[in-house]
Design a protein around this ligand. Structure first.
Ligand code: KG4
Ligand code: ZN
Length: 334
């Protein structure tokens, strides 16, 4: 029975997870409405909001699960990567609870958590499998060799996929966060209206999303200079098609290269309807089983952290009370 805490970005979250995959409670306090007016997450505001919300969120998670601190086997927390001030709130809170309640502390890598959301949603899923993690800060193709052994096969060299969505949405005047807004608008547009670039890197499994973002900005500038009207839905759909094509083709290429017959999606961008549909189709074409968590487990939450922590618990992988938050953290580091 693990109490898990997540505060790496703009969601204050706590969950109680039993045996890794059984979610007894999953409470999320989102700050999106507060950051919306600034067009993106303001780190200092995020830290202060975490501080205000965290006690209530944890109390609620314990109450909903019907457990007291005594019933816990461990306290888990995201210690990186993320906004350092935001991470520190969760890390300090988890250390205090672990110390006071005399429970072991488990330090969880945020991206490992995102990947493990698949295990909660698909009880039969077991490593090895391949996972595309696409979020606001990360775009990784990960070979999940075991519950605790992960190897990164490809990563973005510049912007993350979600970051590109957020930036393009801002240029289109759609608001924040951009991913869900572009996803919705793209449904009314023509994905073939504009051919935006599908960038290839020296490592064919790496990504670059800065080029497609700049191509959209340049395209809009040119049209505006010429005084030509444009259809925002067509731009959204064409941008999305470029991003989704690259994400899917690289992931399937990685699966074929490693011989993986299971492919999963994770991270906020995994909530994207076009990505989910195209991944499902290409996986089916190649005889690969496809897994994706439900929307609520794609974006930041603490249940996924509790799941990752369970497998670290089984290995005896505990943290000391000197645990610190780490803003940049390699995925290979447990
Ligand atoms: O995983 P997440 O909640 O936080 C990070 O760890 O970054 O991901 C947030 C990112 C944002 O960039 C958001 O725009 C994107 O996920 N996102 C989406 C969708 N829903 C959220 N991107 C594309 N389509 C969506 N439906
Ligand atoms: Zn995340």
């Amino acid at each position: 029975m693990i109490l898990a805490i997540e505060s790496s970005c703009d969601e204050t979250a706590a969950a109680v997870v039993k045996n890794g995959r059984d979610v007894l409670s999953n409470v999320i306090n989102s700050q999106i409405d507060i950051h919306k007016r600034y067009g993106g997450v303001v780190p200092e505001i995020a830290s202060r909001c975490h501080l205000e919300a965290i006690d209530t969120v944890i109390d609620e998670a314990l109450a909903q699960a019907g457990v007291t601190l005594d019933a816990l086997d461990a306290v888990a927390v995201t210690y990186g990567p993320g906004l350092v001030g935001a991470l520190l709130v969760g890390v300090s809170e988890a250390k205090a609870i672990a110390y006071a309640a005399k429970k072991p502390l488990i330090a969880v890598h945020h991206i490992r958590g995102h990947i493990m959301a698949n295990l909660i949603a698909h009880k039969e899923l077991e490593p090895p499998f391949l996972c595309l993690v696409a979020s606001g800060g990360h775009s990784h193709i990960v070979h999940v060799k075991s519950y605790t052994d992960f190897s990164v096969l490809g990563r973005t060299c510049d912007d993350a996929a979600g970051e590109a969505y957020d930036k393009v949405a801002r240029v289109l005047g759609l608001g924040y966060p951009g991913g869900p807004l572009i996803d919705k608008l793209a449904k009314e547009g023509d994905p073939a209206a504009v051919q935006f670039p599908r960038v290839r890197m020296a490592n064919p499994l790496d990504f670059s999303f800065s080029g497609v973002k700049t191509a959209v900005i340049n395209h809009l500038h040119k049209l505006e200079q010429k005084g030509e009207a444009y259809n925002k839905a067509d731009i959204a759909a064409s941008f999305q098609a470029a991003v989704v094509d690259v994400l899917c083709s690289h992931t399937v290429q990685a699966a074929l290269g490693t011989g993986a017959d299971k492919c999963a999606l994770a991270g906020g961008v995994a909530a994207n309807s076009a990505l989910r549909a195209q991944m499902e189709r290409v996986c089916r074409e190649h005889g690969i089983s496809f897994y994706v968590p439900p929307m609520a487990l794609c974006t930041d939450n603490a249940a996924m952290i509790g799941c990752a922590a369970y497998y670290q618990y089984l290995r005896g992988d505990f943290a000391g009370l000197d645990l610190n938050a780490v803003a940049s953290l390699e995925l290979g580091t447990a």
